[in-house]
Design a binder for this molecule. Structure first.
Ligand code: ADP
Ligand code: ZN
Length: 728
């Protein structure tokens, strides 16, 4: 067994967050624990790392440099170290890059968790200058204590000398205080709501699994509004009662406000929040509280999976089908898979919650790999919305109008009745295409294989791949003809224009991620809509995610065909999930909802499945299609993206790689491509993609790293391997 502690002068191996990875150092005078977070010298710099094991270097001890600093934090536990190693191996990510995900607490190495604060000690000094009086006023305003000398001087607008003078005079004295405010404890003994029969059965199953200890995954499959959140909060209660920590992942920060409120109502205190938008001090505070086991529940974005939980008992992945759980740059991982991996290492339970599970999770529940809890009806009197298609071929559509007469009548009726309507169009901006009517030229991004999208609120064209913007041209950049540029097709902004014309008295709310500069602004807008401060809501896919708008009774899907185009094998699954989720926003209050789906192909099997409500039939059909093709989840896929600014050397390397496929053939894998990637150029880099398909049990990762590691790519070429790519 490895040593758990290294004494003064021992050789220790430190995994750094630098590309060099593991380096040997000398333990400091007070020794150092296995897993300790440390700062080490690397050349002239100081780098972060974690003590990973005994050092193995043959260098004489005096040549090894000593570890410099230890933050006041508990060592990383064996569980997290194992998880990082396994996650690195699974995603083919270098271990230092994985460690970086687990050390994103700024200021962790910046000194102790306590700080010297000043408080009132004696009477006011005899010589009470104006500056001194201001210092005392500031301190009194803070309740007489709690600020450091520097903070006090800054806030009072005086020099440090004035504050020191008060200390010397005995008016103020110094004491140590914890640096971070503690988290309030959540109380699991508070009574929850009375659960329905289905809910109670589900909660009992989850509670029993947590009480028994050990790893397991349960798919919590329930229609929108059936009480999935109530049920998994029971699992959180059980974990809290056992002194174990829970993590709830949400796909969208805008959803946290409502969730925090529900947790507070249930457990009497708010959970810790973790997301990359949080400030450094907040993240540091949460990180420490998690490491010490003081935070019983963390709600966060996918990066919360890498927090140093002391005793993780439960991970909930809410809306587990959501595409935002896949991290698409840097370290490529899927939060759902990583949740399962982390829990299996930690001996924790996983709850995957969704009304429209991913096909992967559905299949795993069917085969018994996951347990399943079903909630088949909405809570209380609320019923699932009535779903109907509007056949656009039979409607009289006006040019450059996207709302059919039938849908317009339905919207008018809701407004008349004082209810809300939501129009869903999964396209940001005003118009997806800007075209010259003289020559037919479409304005594209100069660095990407993508059209520029007109954003009228910004008065600019924007590339959705690289973010580049430019003014909307008056003159065609190709033929030079003036005044013939036209916006083609609808985006949410254009839809908003149409709605404003048709319903001039209605209050509109447009929800699109690009229209909000901060998460807080989006949260506030959503809360305002829920409170009834809008009549018509127009939104992109952010409206599909779990929001609760009680007065909303009508959902109109502007273009259901949008997601069904293209060759992606996941298109059907995605469209089904998205439209079902959006429709699920309707009728969550007392009145029954209606969802109207505009389409030119009402007979399409996916549209039929959405309208017919035979969810199980849909998944069964999808699953059998995938099984026949050996596609995920029945086979495994890896995407290999090669990119370079130079197309010729890119092709040469890709072809050479394709010919060197012996390691892949050895495991029976098939290689498709190289072919242009779904987006063939981004930020000036050409992109080719290969797909590798293997049997589920084949050792795909080791074959891939052998294969990709055998050829040395030219200097400007990047190779990224995406295990389990989300589009194929
Ligand atoms: P889901 O997560 O499945 O969409 P929620 O847990 O958000 O469903 O429940 C929908 C609504 O019904 C929420 O307002 C919730 O508070 C309420 N609700 C669900 N179950 C109960 C219950 N047993 N008692 C009281 N209210 C409930
Ligand atoms: Zn671009």
């Amino acid at each position: 067994m490895d040593a758990e502690f290294f004494a003064d002068g021992d050789r220790v191996a430190v995994l750094t967050t630098e590309p060099v990875g593991v380096l040997d150092y000398r333990a400091p005078a007070d020794g150092v624990a296995l897993g300790a977070f440390v700062a080490c010298p690397l050349g002239p710099r100081r780098v972060a790392g974690v003590v990973w094991g005994p050092g193995e270097s043959a260098l004489p001890l005096e040549r090894l440099r000593p570890i410099l600093a230890l933050p006041d934090a508990p060592p990383m536990q064996a569980e997290l170290r194992r998880f990082l190693e396994r996650a690195a191996a699974y995603t083919l990510t270098p271990l230092p890059a994985m460690l970086r995900l687990a050390t994103r607490a700024p200021g962790l190495w910046d000194g102790p968790a306590t700080r010297r604060v000043l408080h009132r000690a004696g009477a006011s000094p005899v010589r009470l200058t104006e500056a001194r009086a201001r210092v005392l006023d500031v301190l009194d305003a803070h309740g007489g204590a709690g600020l450091t000398a520097a903070e006090l001087a800054a806030e009072a607008g005086v020099s440090g000398g004035v504050v020191r003078g008060l200390v010397d005079a005995g008016t103020l004295s110094e004491a140590l205080a914890p640096r971070d405010a503690p988290f309030a404890r959540l109380d699991p003994t508070r009574p929850g709501p009375d659960l329905t029969g289905d809910q109670a059965a589900g909660a009992a199953l989850l509670r029993a699994a947590i009480a028994a200890g050990g790893y397991g995954t349960t798919l919590l499959q329930g229609v929108t509004g059936s009480g999935k959140t109530e049920v998994y909060l029971e699992a959180v209660a059980e974990a809290l009662a056992h002194g174990r920590q829970s993590l709830v992942l949400l796909p969208e920060i805008a959803l946290t406000a409502e969730f925090l409120g529900r947790v507070e109502a249930r457990f009497g205190a708010r959970p810790a929040e973790w997301h990359s938008g949080a400030g450094g001090a907040d993240r540091r505070r949460v990180w420490r509280a998690v490491a010490r086991g003081e935070a019983g529940l963390v709600v966060g974005a996918r990066s919360a999976l890498f927090l140093p939980f002391r005793d993780l008992g439960l991970v909930v992945v809410d809306e587990e089908h959501d595409t935002s759980y896949k991290q698409e740059d840097g370290v490529l991982y899927h939060a759902r898979d990583m949740a399962v991996l982390r829990a299996s290492v930690a001996g924790a339970q996983v709850v995957l919650s969704s009304a429209t599970p991913s096909l992967e999770s559905w299949v795993n529940a069917e085969t018994g790999k996951y347990a399943r809890v079903r909630l088949s009806s909405r809570f209380g009197p609320a019923e699932l919305p009535d779903m109907r298609a509007i056949d656009l071929r039979a409607e009289k559509m006006e040019t450059n109008r996207w709302i059919s007469p039938t849908l317009a009548r339905a919207v008018a009726a809701r407004i008349e009745a004082g209810q809300q309507a939501l129009l869903f169009l999964n396209r940001r901006g005003f118009a997806p295409v800007t075209v010259c009517r003289a020559c037919g030229e479409q304005i594209g991004c100069s660095d990407c294989d993508a059209r520029m999208v007109e954003h009228r609120f910004l008065r600019r064209l924007v590339c959705h791949q690289c973010g580049a913007t430019r003014p909307i041209p008056e003159t065609c950049p190709s033929c030079g003809v003036e005044g013939r540029m036209a916006a083609v097709g609808p985006g949410v902004e254009r839809l908003a224009e149409e709605v404003a014309e048709r319903f001039p008295d209605a209050r509109l709310a447009v929800l699109s991620s690009d229209l909000f500069t901060t998460a807080r602004a989006l949260k506030d807008r959503i809360a305002a809509i829920a409170a009834g401060e809008a009549d018509i809501i127009i939104g992109t896919q952010i409206v599909a995610k779990g929001h609760n708008f009680p007065a909303l009774t009508l959902v109109g899907v502007i273009d259901a065909d949008l997601g069904l185009q293209g060759s992606d094998l996941r298109a059907a699954e995605r469209t089904f999930q998205l439209i079902r989720q959006v429709a699920g926003r309707a009728g969550r209050g007392a009145r029954r909802g209606l969802a109207l789906v505009q389409t030119t192909q009402p007979e399409h099997p996916v549209i039929q499945a959405i309208l017919g409500g035979d969810d199980e039939g849909f998944w069964r059909a999808e699953a059998s299609g995938r099984r026949m093709l050996g596609m995920p989840p029945f086979g495994r896929l890896a995407g290999v993206i090669l990119s370079s600014p130079d197309l010729d050397s890119l092709h040469d390397f890709a072809n050479a790689l394709a010919r060197a496929d012996a390691p892949l053939r050895a495991i029976g894998a098939e290689v498709y491509g190289p072919a242009p990637a779904p987006i063939a150029r981004i930020r000036g880099r050409h992109r080719l993609r290969m797909l590798v398909k293997a049997d589920r049990r084949a050792p795909l990762q080791s074959a891939l790293s052998q294969w990709a590691g055998a050829l040395k790519p030219p200097a400007n070429l990047r190779l990224a391997i995406d295990i389990d790519p989300q589009s194929f």
